[in-house]
Design a protein around this ligand. Sequence first.
Ligand code: C2O
Ligand code: CU
Ligand code: CU
Length: 519
Amino acid sequence: MTGRPRSRRGFLGLLGGMGVAAAIGVELPRLVAPSQPGQLLRSQILLPRPFQVPLPIPPVLVPRTDATTDYYDVTQRVATQEILPGVPTEIWGYEGRFPGPTIVSRSGRRTVVRHRNRLPVPTVVHLHGGHTPATSDGYPTDLILPAGTGYPTSRADAMAADPRAIRTHETRVYDYPLHQRAATLWYHDHRMDFNAPSIWRGLAGFHLVHDQEEQALPLPDGPRDIPLMITDRSFAADGSLHYPSIDPTLRHTPGVYDGYRQGVLGDVVVVNGAPWPTLEVDAVRYRFRILNASNARRYRLTLNPQPPGGSGLVQIGSDGGLLQRPVPHDAIDIAPAERFDVVIDFGRYRPGDRVTLLNLLGSGTTRHVMQFHVARSAPDDSHVPGQLARIEKLHPAQAGTTRDFLFRDGGDGGWEINGEPFSPTRISAAPRIDEVEIWRFTTDFHHPIHLHLVQFQILGRNDAEPGPYDSGWKDTIDLRPAEQAAVIVRFADYKGRFVFHCHNLEHEDMAMMANFEIV
Ligand code: C2O
Ligand code: CU
Ligand code: CU
């Protein structure tokens, strides 16, 4: 989307005035929107006061390089990390840390990551937002099996009736061409049926892509370009991560106890692995790459106090990279897996000020996210230009095919897309390579819908314009209960089988996923 207003008539025409629900022959569910998509799981340990711990910045991995390629080695292992001050917590981490180390790539420069699985269960690595060939995309049954003999049994194993699965033992090499714009990507586990508890234990990290278009801009960079991975977690009395798994070994039975199938919400907001951290800043502009890596929780982020005149959060990028023009916000709604790239100008505050990043959708302990301490004035040669990037606007007239997908409670403990739970062998859409399509989504509940491989543009919601957080290229769209939206997308470059799914991780594990195959 260009940021330019679209005509309302354009979108009404698209839906033929009937609405998506009528078009696919279902009643739109009538729901009272719950404030949060899930059930709060309370910690059983004394929680620290907020703003006591400095914000950690995940280390950047150093590659081996040759003329064309950067090579990385990452080991997935069990480790102990102090998340709550003075409390050792067992995590599952890339290189033994949560978040995993950050990988930084240049657009168009091949990046090869060799993952070694030292965890007690199979894993899969997906680069979220990556324009990646199917063989390296991290298909949910393309398992890296752990060392040792006993292969865990699970529904995924029964589903080993997936004849196309490519399993490897102990290691797997993921090959990323990265022919894509500068953007904030992230990598995380994607093992079928057990994704939610594995990511909850720590299997997530940033992968940033830079390009020339971005680097020519006078945006804050270097130490003033900071990734923020926002998550919520709960802690058991012994300091371990608390999660309502039916099978805590994550080897046999997937799923969570009744009451949590709508989503698991923690009561501790953990940013870059620290609870309600604090960051000392100069009174200058900073760029924050905000990622909501929570399983289910949505946030409405705002600065308290607002700077004089408001619009404290200036959005410069979305999931798929820079916007055409900056969009100023007082608050930003962010659903699981979405990224918002924002500039905050602390020069609008006075040295000594403390500025809290609040979550207006939270209450009690989840009302606070982190705090900035404006320490001192400093020179600032950055600014946010009125024009950031050129974005090719996709137009509905380019689309040859329109498809409808209903995301809904399956009623038997699972979640469905068009009435079906996930199966690796069912292809729900077969777009032709390089063609443009319109995909329309309808929901019963909060569902952040994510497509692998592609970035799309949002055409509209509920027969009206896109929302305030819909600008730019997106790979995840936050849909609220009983909402409809249309997106336009080109399925370029790579044939093969990819998934699309709800990124509420409990919904995803409970089968709200489907395949598209580019032919
Ligand atoms: Cu972030 Cu299929 O995932
Ligand atoms: Cu993805
Ligand atoms: Cu969902």
